[in-house]
Design a protein around this ligand. Structure first.
Ligand SMILES: Cc1cc2nc3c(=O)[nH]c(=O)nc-3n(C[C@H](O)[C@H](O)[C@H](O)COP(=O)(O)O)c2cc1C
Length: 141
C-alpha cells in the first residue's frame, strides 16, 4: 500500500477543509494518509512518502503563503524530481493564478502531478470538497 502525506498550510481554515476532504478521499479507497502542517515538514521526510498532496492558499500577490509554506516548499523543490505529488488550495479574489505559477514551478522541478489540482474560492463548497475527495482517491491509485 502507498504511503501518502497531505502537507498543508491554512490561515483561516479553508485549505484545511480541503485537506480533510483529501484525506477522506484517500480513506474511502481503504488507504490512509498522514496530515502534516507545513511547519512540521521538511525535505528529510520526502522519502518516507510515495505520494504527497500539498495544500496552500493564495497569498501575497498570487504567491504561496510566505512565512511558513513557501520557506518549507523552497527547501523541497530541489528534491522533487520524479516525485508523485498533487496540489490544492483556496483563494479569494484572483483567478487561480497562484496555482498556475505553483504548477509551473513543480513541473520545472521535475515532479509528477498525478491528478489535476483542486482550487476553491474561499470556503470550499460541496463541489470543491468532492473534487478534493477525488484528488485524495487518485493519490492511492
Ligand atoms: C495576506 C493575504 C494575501 C492574499 N492574497 C491573495 C491573492 O493574491 N489572490 C487571491 O485570490 N486570494 C488571496 N488571498 C485570499 C486567500 O487566499 C483566501 O482567503 C483563502 O481562502 C485563505 O485560505 P485559508 O483559509 O486556508 O488560509 C489572500 C489572503 C490574505 C490574508
Amino acid at each position: 500500500m502507498k504511503t501518502i502525506a497531505i502537507v498543508y498550510y491554512s490561515g483561516t481554515g479553508n485549505t484545511e477543509l480541503l485537506a480533510d476532504a483529501v484525506r477522506e478521499g484517500v480513506q474511502r479507497t481503504g488507504a490512509g494518509a498522514k496530515k502534516i502542517g507545513a511547519g512540521l515538514f521538511g525535505s528529510d521526510m520526502l522519502e518516507s512518502y510515495d505520494v504527497i498532496a500539498f495544500g496552500c492558499p493564495a497569498s501575497g500577490a498570487e504567491t504561496l503563503e510566505e512565512d511558513t509554506f513557501e520557506p518549507m516548499f523552497e527547501t523541497l523543490l530541489p528534491h522533487l524530481g520524479g516525485k508523485r505529488i498533487a496540489l490544492f488550495g483556496s483563494y479569494g479574489w484572483g483567478d487561480g493564478e497562484w496555482m498556475r505559477h505553483w504548477e509551473q514551478r513543480v513541473r520545472e522541478a521535475g515532479a509528477i502531478l498525478v491528478t489535476p489540482s483542486v482550487i476553491s474560492m474561499d470556503n470550499p463548497d460541496d463541489s470543491a470538497l468532492q473534487a478534493a475527495r477525488e484528488l485524495g482517491a487518485a493519490l492511492s491509485s
